[in-house]
Design a binder for this molecule. Sequence first.
Ligand SMILES: [Zn+2]
Ligand SMILES: [Zn+2]
Length: 294
Amino acid sequence: MKEKKIVTVDHIQKAVAAVKAERPAYEELLGFYEKIFLAQEKAKEQTQLKSIQIPDELLSIKREEGFPLIDRADFAVDVKASETLLRELCRVAVETNEVLAEAGTKLVDALDQEALQVSTLFSKILSEDSQGFQKVAQELGVDEKILAFFSYNSLRPSLSLCAEQLAGYFDEDKLWKKGYCPVCGSPPALSILRDEGNRFLVCSFCGHEWHTQRIYCPFCNNQDHTKLHYFFGEEEKHYRVNVCDVCKKYLKTVDARELKHPIYFLLEQVSTLHLDLLAREQGLESGSPLWLQI
Ligand SMILES: [Zn+2]
Ligand SMILES: [Zn+2]
């Protein structure tokens, strides 16, 4: 049985402070992300959503076939709360560095002048309309990755509340042996080892965490242990990079049993960027999507 995830502002602040002390090189970056995490937690309290109902018949078909409960386009979003958060993230960006400040200013100006509807931005992310999204980025003159980062991070409170509600449809003790999220079908962003070495994957889109089998590649379902390996960063045996020799993708893994600080998966994701660099140097590709790569 996994421990319950309780995320509070205090939990986030403690985790960020601990990682900053462990890895001073990340201090500036984590200062930026801490503001984002805290703004998201605050926005979560203001977010109001209707719960998503899955009819029994559909639910049993999805279970039998191993389909996720919903598509990304089906997520409920509190557009007003997300727009408020988007504007707050732009404000944080303006304080951060020139590149982000320029993008944040352009985005707020476009919203103020009604040259951009925030719902357009959100719907392009949710419907996975990458061409449409690219077009909006070009028209705004904002880097596509930065725009994806702002947009996705503004949606996160709604996505995570939906995922928490939908998790009620699952039996938590049952393994989900697929490499995609049982809630929304997205690929994992991180793998976490918990008590007795049980492996959990965290969804890159909605943040849902699912208990899964130990040995396989979630991106191509390769289960041949001779074609799966991992490497460590220097002096940090509790962080590793799992590599699949078949699809050449990698996934970072955190061993929560060895961590000296509280775990917050978004923090682990950004405070292990040195492992992404190591993996890319080896010609490996991240399985994580665009909105997590800034
Ligand atoms: Zn998901
Ligand atoms: Zn693979």
